[in-house]
Write a new protein. Structure first.
Length: 244
């Protein structure tokens, strides 16, 4: 194995081992150069130094999701916020670890809106996770992992540390349409490309105002999306999904 490739693998597994020990369910690394141009309010000078995006996901509680029927609950709202806090803490710690190794790292908040009109953050955590092999974009416009379905929250750390990259999964939702049936807004269609963002956001606004939910969240399609039950339930992480 060439020295450069070996170094990338060693670094990859060092980060993965640390991350999984913190309680993260999924880990993968994406090459970000092809879509760095889509980042919002991150300086070009800063982002051009980064070639990799470390994608991490935490598994949401089945018990909390089980309480959701046709609208989000106060329990889910609190759980959602705590999941984001947890992800941000892990991302902060990972960035610190990378800096101790002599490289640069930029943790991107798990849930921070930069462009309110289009509901976008600095970058798409879903896009990074997809490129990192953690799942595919489902009909529900969420990242769908074969093991955990859409029942995850995501965070990203950008870095110039030399890392091996994962590859996207060649999978999709197949015949599953559970999210279409339960969507309270009717925003989910047969094709992911036809997802109606405005309908979804209008429904979130209704939940926020009518049900006094402190954030634009739903959780109905998250609960419905179970992934593929036939997938081998290994230890978690992007490499496990690939069987590596």
């Amino acid at each position: 194995m060439p020295l450069v490739v070996e170094e990338k693998e060693v670094n990859y597994h060092k980060l993965k081992e640390w991350v999984l020990a913190q309680g993260i369910a999924l880990f993968g690394v994406a090459e970000i150069r092809p879509f760095r141009k889509d980042f919002l309010e991150l300086s070009k000078k800063l982002t051009e130094a980064f070639e990799s995006g470390v994608s991490m996901a935490v598994r949401l509680s089945d018990a909390v999701l089980e309480e959701i029927e046709d609208r989000p609950t106060q329990l889910y709202f609190h759980h959602y916020r705590q999941a984001n806090v947890f992800l941000d803490r892990v991302a902060f710690g990972l960035a610190h670890l990378i800096q101790k190794m002599g490289y640069h790292a930029l943790p991107i908040p798990a849930s921070q809106i930069i462009d309110w009109e289009n509901q976008k953050g600095h970058l798409s955590h879903k896009k990074v996770a997809q490129e990192a092999g953690l799942g595919w974009m489902g009909r529900n416009n969420l990242l769908v992992n074969p093991i955990h379905g859409a029942c995850v929250r995501l965070v990203t750390v950008l870095t110039d540390l030399s890392l091996s990259h994962d590859t996207p999964l060649e999978e999709g939702c197949g015949e599953c349409r559970r999210c279409i049936v339960v969507c309270p807004a009717g925003a989910i269609k047969e094709r992911q490309q036809d997802f109606e963002h405005l309908k979804c956001f209008e429904q979130l606004c209704l939940f926020k105002k009518r049900d006094h939910i402190g954030q634009y969240i739903c959780g109905v399609c998250v609960k419905a999306c179970k992934g593929k039950e036939t997938v081998n339930r290994g230890q978690g992480g992007g490499k496990v999904v690939h069987g590596r």
